[in-house]
Design a protein around this ligand. Structure first.
Ligand code: GDP
Length: 405
């Protein structure tokens, strides 16, 4: 039986999804992106060679994998062509493997200038010159008004934008396909399909700590809407979590560390953005936050990444709840204001001195590493299916493969 598996980051992003998705695609016939845009960054390391992907699904490097960009992805034609050009230069036949939904909302140069993605044109419009010109005219009228009168910037030229977008559209025309139908056919053929999330579930525009969120829905439910399937289309949801926590930019982060432990996580984990180079905030694993994230996305199994980053610590803490106004709560606050003054409640476990880098079997892990993982699993009540012990594909312990069924 083929499996439709959603893979999402279940923290605030940068959980190492790229590596895991790439590894799982070994057994997948297709990989679909369903949300976000080219603002995400995935790092894949294969045979020591690093590739950063933003828009194109991580399965693109594999010969047998068909890649789809679903209707939930906001599409910049420039970004798509730049990224495919980079891959084509490295010998990856992007145009054979990738297909794009005509329903993707477009990111226009004027959206970039306004730093917002308010879309009133979709990919499908690009292939009807008059229809596109009319929608573009409407959008640019609105954008230019804001640019000129609000931001005091020069307007964006209509004719130039129209010509550029249509020229780019002609280049991506061979990629455009009915992604929903293609996925339905794969389901009928009992194929394994992976739905690749970007960013992290706790940055979801509706369920995250607004306003410190991203501009799209990052929880697993959007795998349905963002590809045109329904909620029953999926067999499993694999949640990727770091063995600790990081967060980029502002926003509540109860288990954040400002001491030498945080320093260790940042240094050993190379916690700097793959696209921005920005230093990530680091802290202990927050099982209370993860439990909520598991509910938000119907997570059925976990993949714990970067376990090796904890090597050498004398003690390790796990956040298990919060002290709010003197009371202990097992649940994170609902609104961002309620995070003021809250303190994490921790459990402390002994660390391990041994290296876990590259360990590929559970038994070979140090006893205290196993103890840590077993405690996490008991706290969140979802099985750990995979453990990542290094950036390379090979550096992984697979306990239960999502495509094994
Ligand atoms: P993504 O967007 O979720 O794929 O995450 P990023 O690519 O931004 O960050 C993950 C980083 O961690 C990348 O540099 C990976 O190569 C690296 N990485 C992934 N898994 C592991 C792991 O188990 N151990 C270590 N040390 N690094 C890892």
């Amino acid at each position: 039986m083929g499996q439709f598996v959603v893979v999402i980051g279940t923290q605030w992003g940068d959980e190492g999804k790229g590596k895991v998705v790439d590894l799982l695609t070994e057994r997948a016939a297709a990989v679909a992106r369903f949300q976000g845009g080219h603002n995400a960054g995935h790092t894949l390391v294969i045979g020591g060679h690093k590739t950063i992907l933003s828009l194109i699904p991580a399965g693109i490097l594999r010969e047998q994998v068909r890649c789809f960009i679903g209707n939930g992805v906001v599409l910049s034609l420039e970004a798509l062509l730049t990224e495919s050009g980079m891959l084509i230069d490295r010998g990856v036949p992007v145009f054979e493997r990738l297909r794009v939904s005509p329903l993707c909302p477009l990111i226009l140069p004027s959206h970039v200038l306004l730093d917002q993605a308010r879309e009133r044109a979709r990919g499908a419009d690009l292939f009807h010159r008059d229809r596109f010109a009319s929608k573009l005219g409407e959008i640019l009228d609105f954008h230019n008004f804001a640019l000129q009168h609000y931001y005091r910037q020069p307007p964006v030229d209509f004719q130039k934008t129209l010509d550029t977008q249509l020229a780019l559209a002609a280049r991506i025309a061979p990629l455009v396909t009915d992604v929903t139908r293609a996925l339905e056919e794969l389901r009928a053929a009992s194929a394994n399909v992976l739905f690749e999330g970007a960013q992290g579930a706790m940055l979801d525009v509706d369920l995250g700590t607004y306003p410190y969120v991203t501009s799209s829905n990052t929880t697993a439910g959007y795998a349905a809407t963002g590809t045109g399937l329904g909620p029953k289309a999926f067999d499993a949801v694999l949640g990727i979590v770091k063995a600790y926590t990081t967060r980029v930019g502002a926003g509540p982060f109860p288990t954040e560390l400002f001491d030498e432990y945080g320093e260790h996580l940042s240094r050993v984990g190379h916690e700097f953005g793959s696209v921005t180079g920005r230093r990530r905030r680091c802290g202990w694993f927050d099982s209370a936050a993860l439990k909520r994230s598991i509910v938000n996305s119907s997570v059925t199994g976990l993949c714990i990444t970067k376990l090796d980053v904890l090597d050498g610590l004398d003690t390790i803490r796990i956040g298990v709840g919060y002290r709010i106004n003197g009371e202990v709560s097992p649940d994170p606050p609902v609104s961002v204001e309620d995070y003021a003054g809250i303190e994490p409640v921790y459990e402390e476990l002994p660390g391990w001195r041994e290296s876990t880098v590259g360990v590929t079997t559970y038994e070979a892990l140090p006893a205290n590493a196993r103890r840590y993982l077993e405690r996490l699993q008991a706290l969140v009540k979802v099985p750990i299916d995979m453990i990542s012990t290094g950036p390379d594909r090979e550096q992984t312990i697979v306990l239960r493969h999502p495509f094994a069924g």
